[in-house]
Design a protein around this ligand. Structure first.
Ligand SMILES: Nc1ncnc2c1ncn2[C@@H]1O[C@H](COP(=O)(O)OP(=O)(O)OP(=O)(O)O)[C@@H](O)[C@H]1O
Ligand SMILES: [Mg+2]
Length: 315
């Protein structure tokens, strides 16, 4: 076992007849890390998560959870809470009954069940509904119940397939808060989502898949900056104006696509290049004698990277 790795998938492949749903997926989530799994519809996110949680047997490849092979399912999943493809919570039951049932499966005491039920049902904002039948609940309410179910045993590792889909805007924000809270409790999280801002907000790392293969994986901030996806805009505020000549010189630097004044002591530079080229540009700015007050970088987003990577014919 590689220490410090909570979830590790190696070379995961799943085929259905001659159709390959996922092919050679590698993924590692460190203990305490939050990873977002993103990709277009049909990319293979749910298939990957099902293989990781042992809900389906991959055609080839291995999965280890906290170092334990998923073939030892019971043992490997002991500290994992997961919700894959919105299973229906038990209709006809109330949230309290469901929590009681799940708690007993996990061997929790009645006292533990009572404390944890309240904690998780409050966190997903369903405490007031605890004694109502789930049959009458909306899709979003049922979604909250299944998430509460997954969190009930206080798992160290949480794996969720599109946890915010089906929720209204307030529900989405609240669910993100619930997940964010897990960070302070040192939990490890792997979620699939279509909402890229959710990944930027919640996750330290990201794995992008397309047509069943990984097209990018790693630290979110390093990834979006390392390849200059769609570029960044640098707004430079100076004590005295940057001269026209200097600005022209800057425009000619590698990676600079445009440089212009925006007000007397503000210049806006469009940049798309390597980190080394950006470092040279930053040095040139500091050396130009105008007195740098601030350099504000905007525009490098997961969204621009995603758009570029999932464009037709690429990569
Ligand atoms: N049981 C199955 N039999 C045949 N093909 C399947 C089966 N399950 C999934 N697939 C196919 O595998 C591919 C990946 O599906 P998967 O559900 O993993 O995608 P996804 O990334 O989760 O998509 P979405 O964003 O729509 O949830 C799809 O083309 C899907 O049609
Ligand atoms: Mg899916």
């Amino acid at each position: 076992m590689e220490s410090g790795i909570a979830i590790e998938a190696e070379n995961l492949t799943k085929t259905y007849g001659d159709f390959t749903a996922i092919s050679g997926i590698n993924l590692a989530v460190k203990n305490g890390d939050f990873m977002g799994l993103v990709g277009p519809n049909g990319a293979g996110k749910s298939t990957t998560l099902k293989a990781i949680t042992g809900l389906l047997k991959p055609t080839s490849g291995t999965v280890r959870i906290s170092g334990i092979d998923i073939s030892d399912h019971r043992h490997a999943m002991e500290h994992v809470g997961c919700v894959i493809e919105t299973p229906e919570p038990y209709p006809g039951f109330t949230p309290t009954e469901v929590m009681d049932y799940i708690g007993r499966i996990y061997g929790m005491s009645q006292r533990e069940i009572a404390i944890r039920s309240r904690d998780v049902l409050e966190s997903v904002k369903m405490w007031e509904w605890r004694n109502k039948s789930i049959s009458g609940f909306s899709k979003g309410m049922r979604q909250r119940i299944v998430i509460a179910q997954a969190l009930l045993p206080n798992p160290d590792i949480i794996i969720l397939d599109e946890p915010t889909s089906g929720l209204d805007p307030r529900g989405m924000v609240e669910m993100r808060r619930v997940l964010q809270n897990l960070k302070t409790r040192d939990r490890t999280l792997l979620i699939s989502t279509h909402i890229l801002s959710e990944v930027s907000e919640l996750c330290g790392s990201v794995t992008m898949i397309r047509d069943g293969v990984v097209i990018a994986s790693g630290d979110v901030s390093t990834l979006i900056h390392s390849r200059g996806y769609s570029g960044v805009t640098l707004t430079v505020r100076t004590v005295s104006p940057i001269s026209k000549e200097t600005l022209k010189d800057l425009s000619g630097m590698e990676g600079v696509t445009n440089a212009e004044h925006k007000g007397e002591c503000t210049a806006v530079i469009a940049f798309k290049g390597t980190p080394e080229q950006q470092a040279s540009l930053t040095k040139a700015l500091f050396d130009c004698g105008a007195g740098i007050l601030s350099i504000n970088e905007t525009g490098a987003t997961l969204e621009s990277m995603y758009m570029e990577l999932t464009e037709d014919g690429k990569p």
